[in-house]
Write a protein that binds this ligand. Structure first.
Ligand code: ARG
Ligand code: ZN
Length: 877
């Protein structure tokens, strides 16, 4: 059934207090709840029926104000328990029986390895007990956990530990109390044999907060980076948003089986172990970055999500978009702002733009859904963050802060909407964002087409801006957006020129933000003394597709001279896109390929510029991804894209071999000293990018450098980069030796084995499907573990495009088979794996037919979960 935003109604009942007792056993758990409830209406009218959510529960007993209800006094179906209260205030006591050990969906209460843990967002609490499982019902929780002491010495829930004690028979218990009212989706429980890492943080008002990270004992050496990231996040939220932590204790627990990255449960964040654990021997720089980002993200939710939460799930981006924006700014402040922006924009354009152009396209605030789990999307998270970023750009940092202060102040303890967020920004600053709010209601990626005209006689420069937005499901027509466009004008030396807009008294300095609000809009700059080259959409100030008729020479000029780092990268990137697209056409026409030497010269210049941030150089050298080239294509020819991109990489490697070697050697290796600071990571990033290129020259020199790096590397970043280069090389013997050695050395480290799986599953060499099938029978593979599924099936379908899209359709068939299996075990993960198949419209007629045939085969399966059904049916519609 489809749920609509317009059907929102206030809850009929509220739950002031929630008392839970969990009795945990090996083959079941008993959940006793006592709920202090009241009707959510004034006056004396008749009481509505009380409908509680519940799924996959065995109901043991129901008591209303201490009176057991007879079986005919309530109704139970698949999704609910209904009864008729007789008083306006009452206590409801319910006991349910569940089987956490059989919960393979990893939603609700489940077992991961030897421990019990929970995941309740969005609607997992209803798999624990009957409840009003909706975010606008906020309650004060007290939770008692009971279990065998030897197997589960650690018993945790939200808030503060109140009491604990022993029972006979080796069982014990602990009671936790959370003073902050919260929706059920923020509830958490953990019971296990866990090692605890302690630290503390003194808040800005001088309160001491205990910080604890709980992990399985063998991982205790891998928590330092997460703890440091947490302390930095806490300080940053105080400095930048004035937000202080509010409980006496903050806990993070790492679990191995987790559907997503992590979860911001009040005071007790539960993390995928891949987002906590980081040690130089076992984790790459990318993993270190991810840990920092996710720790910060979940911590920031304490205010943007927990203290102020969502009224309903259509408002999901209220907390997610805002929190992603906050964690991105945190990262930018801790590392290189430009590099962070490049990474985020690269990701957004290759992935969210594709979502916006596909069958699941939806607005940042969706109008309807079948299964909310399907809406934890790039649009809600990443585009949602771009929308908040635009508000920040339009207001400026100071006025944005005034707005968020008002938002947190006004809505503390409430469940609110995206409109409330905007209203706070408006009211604090006396502005009107009515038109801006179209970003929340209209799906699709706008196209911003800009043309210019310079008139030497009048010294004027005109920018004619035209915006449009393609139709998306259910939205044939779009109204103009408010597009903040940061820009400058460059003179012949690449210097920024003064900006004077016609009709304005004041100049605008040398960089400004134009607000494009009309379908067609003209901006006229005056006193422009020479024909300028515009530097447009700096910092990617709006999530749009910019079209401006730059020549290749213009792009080369900008790549060399734009004073703005982001747009330098953007110019090099768009030059590469242009060159690649041209070559793809030539290849399709069967003509010989010839590389435009301007691309090579830009790369040479960048490589020789030792003043440039090494991470920037690496970003420029990394060509646009196959996924991005597919997104840009009308009809994507995967084989041609793959062939041409690899060809250009080899041409660059051949043409720049010498300067690459020079730079590679200059950058040196780390030896045994490793540091995760931005500069060291930048150096490794560039050096390993160069290693990848040098391996394409197939010289014995590069092979021995690579093997040597694999053997001697003092950290996982360098070791993994060498392994990737070997796996993608034709040197069968060295490749196999390296893979075997790696698997032996790291067989006890599941996260390292995930890398080993991922590297092979994404290798584009022929025979990829057969390799992936072999990996699935490897002893370390387990389809019940989402990280393994992502490392093998996810990597194959998303990163191994040449093999996934093999012309005979066997890649599609393999992925569909896995989805059918996962549908029974873990619907959320099954649904995630569908994404690549839903993109069928991008490909040639034969592949389209093959992909649709697999989607149709999935749709015909019995017992299809709502998750899979929604995505498959919408993508075939
Ligand atoms: N709120 C969590 C986060 O953004 C993600 C929860 C995802 N849950 C889900 N059912 N998809 O960090
Ligand atoms: Zn989040």
């Amino acid at each position: 059934t489809t749920i609509h935003l317009t059907d929102y109604k206030q809850p009929d009942y509220l739950i002031d207090e929630t008392h839970l007792t969990f009795e945990l056993f090996e083959d079941h758990a008993l959940v006793h709840s006592r709920l202090a409830m009241r009707v959510n209406a004034d006056g004396e009218g008749a009481l509505p029926p009380l409908v509680l959510h519940g799924q996959e529960l065995m109901l043991q007993s129901v008591k209303l104000d201490d009176q057991s209800l007879a079986a005919d006094a309530y109704q139970v179906d698949e999704n609910s328990l209904t009864l008729q209260p007789v008083a306006r205030e009452f206590e409801l006591a319910i006991t349910t029986r569940i089987e956490p050990q059989n919960n393979t969906a990893l939603e609700g209460l489940y077992k991961s390895g030897g421990m019990f843990c929970t995941q309740c967002e969005a609607e997992g609490f209803r798999k624990i007990t009957y409840y009003l499982d909706r975010p606008d019902v906020m309650s004060r929780f007290t939770t008692t956990v009971m279990a065998k002491r030897d197997a589960y010495p650690v018993l945790l829930s939200n808030g503060n530990l109140i009491t604990s004690g022993e029972h006979e028979g080796g069982r014990h218990w602990a009671t936790w109390e959370d003073p902050f009212p919260k929706p059920a989706y923020l509830f958490a429980l953990v019971a296990g044999d866990l090692y605890r890492i302690d630290d503390s943080f003194t808040t800005m008002s001088g309160r001491e907060v205990e910080l604890r990270i709980y992990v399985e004992p063998e991982n205790r050496e891998q928590c330092g980076h997460a703890m440091d990231s947490l302390k930095r996040s806490m300080r940053w939220d105080e400095d930048v948003y004035g937000r202080e932590y509010d409980l006496d204790i903050f806990m993070i627990v790492a679990v191995n089986d987790f559907n997503m990255g992590a979860m911001e449960n009040k005071g007790l964040n539960i993390f995928n172990s891949s987002c906590v654990l980081a040690h130089p021997d076992t984790a790459t720089d990318a993993a270190f970055q991810r840990v920092e980002a996710v720790v910060a993200h979940e911590y920031f939710h304490n205010w943007s999500g927990n203290r102020v939460t969502c009224r309903d799930w259509f408002q999901l981006s209220l907390k997610e978009g805002f929190t992603v924006f906050r964690d991105a700014e945190f990262n930018a402040d801790m590392n290189s702002r430009t590099v962070k922006r490049i990474e985020d924009v690269t990701f957004l354009r290759a992935n969210q733009f594709a979502e916006d152009a596909g069958p699941m396209a939806h607005p940042v605030r969706p109008d309807s859904f079948i299964e909310i789990s399907n809406f934890y999307t790039l649009t809600i998270y990443e585009k949602g963050a771009e929308v908040v970023r635009m508000l920040h750009t339009l207001l400026g940092a100071e006025r944005f802060r005034k707005g968020t202060d008002l938002y947190f102040d006004r809505h503390d303890g409430q469940a609110v909407t995206c409109d409330d967020f905007i209203a706070a920004l408006e009211d604090a600053n006396g502005v009107d964002f009515t038109q801006f709010k179209r970003w929340y209601s209209q799906a699709g990626t706008p196209v911003l087409q800009i043309d210019s005209r310079y008139d030497a006689a009048t010294s004027t420069f005109q920018l004619l801006c035209r915006q449009s937005c393609p139709a998306t499901p259910g939205q044939p027509e779009k109204q103009p957006f408010v597009i903040p466009m940061r820009m400058a004008l460059l003179d012949g030396e690449g210097r920024e020129m003064p900006l004077q807009l016609a009709g304005e008294d004041q100049g605008r300095g040398t960089e400004t933000v134009l607000a494009v609000t009309e379908a067609e809009q003209l901006f006229v700059f005056e006193n422009v003394t020479e024909e300028p080259l515009p530097s447009l959409l700096r910092e990617f100030s709006a999530p749009v597709k910019l079209v401006y008729p730059y020549s290749r020479d213009d792009r080369v000029f900008l790549a060399m001279h734009d004073p703005d780092g982001f747009n330098r990268w953007e110019a090099a990137q768009s030059l590469a896109v242009d060159v690649l697209q041209g070559l793809i056409q030539i290849h399709q026409a069967g003509r010989p390929l010839l590389l435009d030497q301007r691309l090579l010269e830009v790369h040479r210049a960048v490589l020789e510029d030792t003043a440039l941030d090494a991470a920037m150089v690496a970003e420029i050298l990394r060509l646009p991804s196959e996924a991005y080239l597919i997104e840009l294509a009308e009809v994507a020819d995967v084989d041609a894209i793959h062939h041409v991109r690899e060809w250009v990489r080899r041409e660059l490697a051949t043409g720049l071999t010498e300067v690459m070697w020079t730079r590679f050697r200059q950058l040196g290796d780390d030896g045994s000293s490793y540091s995760a600071d931005a500069e060291s990571m930048a150096r490794r990033s560039l050096r390993n990018t160069l290693l990848g290129y040098l391996m394409l020259t197939e010289s014995s020199e590069s092979l021995s450098a690579c093997v040597q790096q694999f053997v001697e590397a003092g950290n996982m970043t360098d070791r993994q980069a060498a392994l990737v280069a070997l796996v993608n090389s034709p040197h069968e013997q060295q490749k196999q030796a390296a893979l075997d050695e790696f698997a032996q050395r790291w067989s006890d480290y599941p996260l390292v084995m995930d890398q080993w799986f991922g590297i092979q599953a994404s290798s584009p060499l022929p025979g990829g499907l057969e390799r992936v099938q072999a990996l699935m029978s490897h002893a370390a593979f387990n389809i019940r573990n989402p990280n393994k599924v992502r490392a093998v099936i996810g990597a194959f379908a998303n990163q191994n495009l040449a093999n996934f899209h093999r012309a005979d359709g066997e890649g599609y068939r393999f992925v569909a088979d896995q989805i059918i299996e996962l549908n029974r075990l873990n619907p959320q993960i099954a649904s995630r794996m569908l994404t690549p198949l839903t993109r069928w419209r991008k490909f040639d007629a034969s592949r389209q037919a093959l992909m649709k045939a697999e989607l149709t085969r999935i749709l015909a399966c019995e017992d299809l979960s709502a998750d899979v059904y929604e995505v498959v049916s919408k993508s075939l519609a």
